[in-house]
Write a protein that binds this ligand. Structure first.
Ligand code: BEZ
Length: 212
């Protein structure tokens, strides 16, 4: 567990603070995910309709996450036994097994450290925060959705794929990018390059084939 002095919530580009927590798959330490990509997400509460659809959607796309060598880690304030009972109910109703760990966070210690609690929250529930953490433990993407709107699982997968492709630097992923589509070269910062382009817009807009 973390210090009593919880730091400011993590932001894009920060090192994700380490923690250990009890989960549906035993104790988990965040730093054990080093070397892999990780989608770490919170949901407001167990046994709720929108959260159920998100979990079913994630479980059905488990192979896509495995193909990206990307682990999944969920969190809510509910207890481990509540998580387990909900997983059983999902299994029975939808015939899907939730294999990834779900953290119990009754004290909100982890959720607060990661900014997963709304600033105007009047109860102990978390919002729908999604963080993509790179193999070095750095937060590379975050989104926050309200309780009333479920996340797009294909968009989470697309974001991880795009982050993986741009990770080495030099290229950028354009809007709606999918693997195989052109990427964009990082704009040049030298006057020589800027005047050398055939088209006046070449220096800031130059598609490059996806080499992967
Ligand atoms: C839901 O997942 O359906 C939900 C969660 C919290 C509040 C309202 C809806």
């Amino acid at each position: 567990m973390m210090d009593a002095h919880t730091p400011a919530p993590v932001r894009l580009g920060d090192a994700a603070p380490d923690f250990t927590a009890r989960t549906t798959r035993g104790a988990v330490r965040l730093s054990d995910y080093r070397g892999r990509w990780l989608v770490f997400f919170s949901h407001p509460a167990d046994f709720t309709p929108v959260c159920t659809t998100e979990f079913v959607g994630l479980a059905r796309m488990a192979q896509a996450f495995a193909d990206m060598d990307c682990a999944l880690l969920g969190l809510s304030v509910d207890s481990l036994f509540s998580h387990l009972a909900w997983m059983r109910a999902i299994h029975d109703r939808f015939e899907v097994k939730i294999d990834f760990p779900i953290i119990e966070d009754p004290t909100l210690e982890v959720a607060k450290a990661f900014g997963m609690v709304a600033h105007d929250a009047t109860d102990a529930s978390t919002v729908r925060t999604t963080m993509v953490i790179d193999p070095d433990g750095v937060v590379r993407a975050t989104t926050t959705y309200p309780a009333e709107v479920g996340r797009s699982i294909p968009e989470i997968i697309r974001t991880v794929r795009a982050l993986q492709r741009v990770h080495g630097g030099g290229v950028l992923a354009p809007a709606d990018w999918e693997p195989g589509a052109d990427l964009l070269r990082e704009p040049s910062q030298t006057l020589e390059d800027i005047v050398a382009g055939e088209d006046p817009s070449d220096w800031f807009y130059q598609p490059v084939p996806d080499a992967a």
